[in-house]
Design a protein around this ligand. Structure first.
Ligand SMILES: [Zn+2]
Length: 229
């Protein structure tokens, strides 16, 4: 079922569709309803007047989209990789059968790069309120994704990422992510067979859920306080 849906770009992009960044609290929100975090409402934002070549032109207000360019690129690359025909059945000649990875292994490699990029954005936003030398030092000190999950998350929020994910309704997602991380690391360290067809399938199946969970986590931990009148 997932494999059929994944032929459409909408399936990949669906968690981001219609999401903008709230100009008030920096959380993710849908344009067609008030911000669920701070209540800001952009539905009646008037058109903006801008000057082009000396002419005043009225244009509809525009808003920042939620997904970053790098993450969008990675998602597009995953989509492209999924569309790609398996042109070379014997892509790994000379390797023992039991050491060969899935022919779709790039899906997992790209996924992990995407996830690390999303988590970089998360931790940068989560430390934004700190004085810059402190946030830079803390992010350098905990620069690996493993140390950020194990230590930095607890230091910043006095809880674990697994606990936050459970609270958001993604009970076993941390186990899933840890498993991908473990197998991706095994791939890098001499066990290419760790990225097999089963891992590719489950990575694909849970991709929308991972993205929705990250958006939820960001809204839970990275929005900025607003002054309410
Ligand atoms: Zn807001």
């Amino acid at each position: 079922m997932t494999e059929a849906l994944a032929h459409e770009w909408d399936w990949w992009f669906e968690p981001w569709k219609g999401l903008i960044i709230c100009g008030s609290c920096e959380g993710f929100m849908h344009f067609h309803s008030p911000c669920l975090i701070c209540g800001q409402d952009y539905r009646n934002t008037p058109n903006q007047k801008i000057t082009i070549d000396g002419q005043v032109v009225e244009v509809a207000a525009s808003f920042r989209g939620a997904i970053g360019y790098s993450d969008y690129t990675l998602l597009r690359l995953m989509y492209q990789e999924w569309q790609r025909p398996l042109a070379m059945e014997d892509c790994f000649p000379g390797m023992p059968i039991e050491k060969r990875p899935s022919l779709r292994l790039m899906i997992v490699i790209l996924f992990w790069t995407l996830f690390e990029s999303l988590m970089d954005r998360f931790f940068e936003a989560a430390t934004y309120h700190l004085p810059k030398p402190i946030s830079e030092d803390i992010l350098n000190r905990y620069s690996s994704i493993g140390s950020r999950f194990d230590r930095l998350y607890k230091i910043l929020f006095s809880t674990t990422m697994a606990s936050d994910l459970r609270q958001l309704g993604y009970g076993d997602l941390m186990t899933h992510l840890t498993e991908i991380q473990k197998k991706r690391n095994a791939f890098i360290h001499g066990e290419p067979e760790a990225i097999n067809d089963d891992l590719v399938r489950v990575t694909l199946e849970r991709l929308p859920e991972v993205q929705r969970a990250w958006i939820g986590l960001y809204n839970l931990r990275c929005t900025r306080p607003t002054v309410k009148g």
